[in-house]
Structure formats: structure tokens, C-alpha cells
Ligand binder design. Structure first.
Ligand code: GDP
Ligand code: MG
Length: 389
């Protein structure tokens, strides 16, 4: 039992304790800058990364928070080995979760400083830019400073492959158009901002994606001041890139979600895109079955439905719900549940379309209402059952 005596026993020496005294002193010397570094399988980069920060930030009080998604390669032990002797090196281990943006958001929210920077672990970003970025914000000239991979002279793209350069240029143009921003590198993973901004907008950010800066720019209140500083994007030091073609789908999902004023979650947008592709597959399978199979229309339609549902299941598994991806026996079970969910969704589709049609005989309005009902139903039930957390 906790008595008041034991409580005083614990708290009384605190005021006099030298440990607390020094904590207070450290509290006064709170860091000016928190550097947040998301990591997944970066064990080979940790020591070099911390040494690089140490050299670049010599005149600044800083801390680094690594946010690791339970990497199997010993990233966390590499961080803890250095953190044991260096209180500036902190680590957050997230279990059972994956996701770059979510990791960065959590790291930023845990920052001890009022100003936060985000840097990749692989030394592709130029940490020597950090003091300049910091003085921009501290001097009151900007709320967000972006390390941009494009310079006027264009030579800042050395670390890019041709394919990546083209898709990046297109994506930048599209996001500036749709989000009414004018930033030369809204997809940058290297930026610094006031923590208070993140405190304000964190609830409207999408933790599942890769393009956190884009999300921040789209969610920030109007009037935030943005500065860009160009730098040379270096090739990755060791380890592999975790971002692949899926990022493009992810980017489109985020963009549509933001354009709809957060009405549509990015995951639903992806689910709907996969569903639309499924419709094309369905029609293709139906046509093939009628043409080559010589079956009746009903049999061909059932066959095509299964082809489309199976296609949708596997595409959703690697795309829409990749952070909860099912494999092995779980995937077979998930597929069977998905068949059931979609069949109920189809009934909902027919029911709603029929109801709308009885009030309004415009065929396409009734058709769209039914399809929307099925999409929302399938999405909600799939999230809850097929790919439940
Ligand atoms: N915590 C966390 N970090 C991630 C995840 N995916 C990528 N990262 C980290 O995010 C940074 C950027 O990823 P990277 O693979 O270098 O992407 P690229 O530079 O676009 O090739 C690196 O520091 C990765 O370790 C993730 O799912 N969780
Ligand atoms: Mg990288």
C-alpha cells in the first residue's frame, strides 16, 4: 500500500538531490534542435550518421531521435550502443507497425526542442545544411525550411536515376497545381520546421504514406513561410532503398485525399483505384470466358467476378494494406473472407441502386449510387475483417 509517508519519503529528497539539480540544469540547456531520423534496416549507417551530425552541429545544442520500426538487422542495438554514452542520442522502437510518415510524425511529437529537422539515415541528405536551416527559422524568416534537391543550375540531382528524375518532375508539377503551392521539391525528405506547427496539424496528417512534407504543406494553415535551400543529393551510402514503385500510387492517394479536403482517406482512394482496375479486369475476363469458354452468360459472369475479386485482393494486399500485408495461410484465409465481403457488397450495390432507381429513374445516377455504396461497404468491412490490425 502506498502511504503518505512513503510518498513523502520518495519526494522529500528530490528538491535537495544533486541528480535533480543537474537535471534542472540540463532542462535549462534544452536542445535547440531535434533531428528526427526514421530508420528501417540501417544498422550500417548509424555510426556514420551520428558522427556526421556531431561534426555539422558543433555550435548547436542538438539531440537526435531515431524512430525504428523494429528492423531485424540490429539497427536498434547500433543506436543504443552509442546512446548509452551520449544522451543526445535517443531512440524510439515501434513494434508491429511500418510506415515512414508515421514514424517521423511520432519522432517529431517527441522532440525536446522547439525546432525539428527530418533527415534520412542513409547520408543522402547534406547534414551540413542544418545550421543554415536552423538560423533561418531562429531568425524568424521562415516556419518551414526545405532542403531541395533541385538547384537553379540543376546540378543538385546527382543521386537520381533517369526514371526517378522524370517521375519526380511530373509529381512536383501535379502537386503544385493541385495543392496550389509553389515549392520546387515538395517530395523532399529533408526539411526543418517549428514543432508547434506539427503539434497543430498532426491530427490531419496521414501516417501511412511516404510523402510527409507534401502532406504538411497541404495541411499547414495559410500564411506559413517556406524557404528552400538547394543541396546535392548524394548516393545512398550502404543498405538498400525501401521506397519503390508503390510510392507513386501512394502519392496519388495522398494527393486526391488532400484535394478532397481530407474527406477521402488516402487508403480509401487506393482501394477505389484498385476497385476500378478490378472492373476492367472483370470485363476482360467476362469477354474472354464468353469468347473462348463457350459458357452461358451467368457462368461467365461468376467466373469473371472471381477473377476480379482475386486480382483485387492481391493488389490491395501489396498496395492498399501493405502495412498489414497477409502472407501464407493468413493470405488464403484473407482471400476467402474477401470473397464473402465482396459478395455482400454486391448485394448492397444492387439493393441501393434499386432503391434509388425507384425514386429517380436516371440509370447512371442509380448505378453510381450502388457502386459507391459497395465501395464504401467493401472498404469498411475489409479494413475491419480482411486486413484487421
Ligand atoms: N521507421 C521507418 N523508417 C523507414 C521506413 N521506410 C523507410 N524508412 C527510412 O526512411 C528513410 C528513407 O528511405 P529510403 O529507403 O532511403 O528512401 P529513398 O531515399 O527514397 O530511396 C531511410 O532512413 C529509411 O531507413 C519505415 O517503414 N519505417
Ligand atoms: Mg534514401
Amino acid at each position: 500500500m502506498v502511504t503518505s509517508e512513503t510518498l513523502t519519503g520518495i519526494s522529500a529528497p528530490d528538491t535537495a538531490s544533486p541528480a535533480i539539480g543537474s537535471l534542472r540544469a540540463a532542462g535549462n540547456a534544452r536542445p535547440q534542435l531535434t533531428v528526427v531520423i526514421p530508420t528501417y534496416c540501417e544498422a550500417g549507417n548509424i555510426a556514420a550518421m551520428i558522427a556526421a551530425l556531431d561534426a555539422a552541429l558543433a555550435s548547436i545544442r542538438w539531440e537526435v531521435i531515431f524512430v525504428d520500426d523494429d528492423s531485424p538487422d540490429g539497427t536498434m542495438s547500433a543506436i543504443r550502443a552509442i546512446g548509452a554514452n551520449d544522451p543526445r542520442v535517443r531512440a524510439m522502437r515501434r513494434v508491429g507497425r511500418r510506415g515512414l510518415a508515421g514514424a517521423v510524425i511520432e519522432g517529431m511529437l517527441a522532440s525536446g526542442a522547439d525546432i525539428v529537422a527530418v533527415v534520412d539515415a542513409d547520408l543522402q541528405h547534406d547534414e551540413k545544411l542544418l545550421p543554415r536551416m536552423l538560423s533561418e527559422i531562429e531568425a524568424g524568416g521562415a516556419d518551414i525550411v526545405i532542403g531541395t534537391r533541385y538547384s537553379q543550375s540543376g546540378e543538385a540531382r546527382e543521386g537520381f536515376s533517369t526514371a526517378r528524375r522524370i517521375s519526380s518532375t511530373l509529381a512536383t508539377a501535379l502537386s503544385n497545381l493541385l495543392l496550389r503551392t509553389n515549392v520546387s521539391d515538395p517530395m523532399s525528405g529533408f526539411f526543418m520546421l517549428k514543432r508547434s506547427l506539427i503539434d497543430t496539424i498532426a491530427p490531419s496528417l496521414s501516417p501511412g504514406g511516404f510523402k510527409l512534407l507534401l502532406d504538411i504543406l497541404a495541411s499547414a494553415p495559410s500564411g506559413v513561410r517556406i524557404r528552400e535551400i538547394p543541396y546535392v543529393f548524394r548516393p545512398r551510402r550502404v543498405g538498400k532503398s525501401k521506397l519503390d514503385g508503390i510510392v507513386i500510387a501512394d502519392f496519388l492517394g495522398l494527393l486526391l485525399a488532400k484535394v478532397s479536403g481530407n474527406l477521402l482517406p488516402p487508403r480509401f482512394v487506393l482501394f477505389a483505384l484498385v476497385g476500378s482496375l478490378g472492373l476492367v479486369i472483370h470485363l476482360f475476363a467476362l469477354r474472354s470466358a464468353l469468347h473462348f469458354g463457350g459458357t452461358s452468360f451467368n457462368v461467365a459472369q461468376i467466373f469473371a467476378s472471381f477473377v476480379a475479386m482475386t486480382f483485387n485482393f492481391f493488389l490491395n494486399n501489396v498496395l492498399t494494406f501493405r502495412d498489414r500485408r497477409l502472407s501464407g495461410f493468413e493470405a488464403i484465409k484473407g482471400l476467402l473472407i474477401f470473397y464473402v465481403v465482396c459478395s455482400v457488397g454486391a448485394l448492397a450495390n444492387i439493393g441501393v441502386a434499386d432503391l434509388v432507381y425507384s425514386h429517380d429513374t436516371t440509370w447512371w445516377r442509380a448505378g453510381i449510387a450502388g457502386a459507391l455504396m459497395a465501395a464504401v461497404f467493401n472498404y469498411a468491412v475489409s479494413s475491419a475483417f480482411t486486413w484487421r490490425r
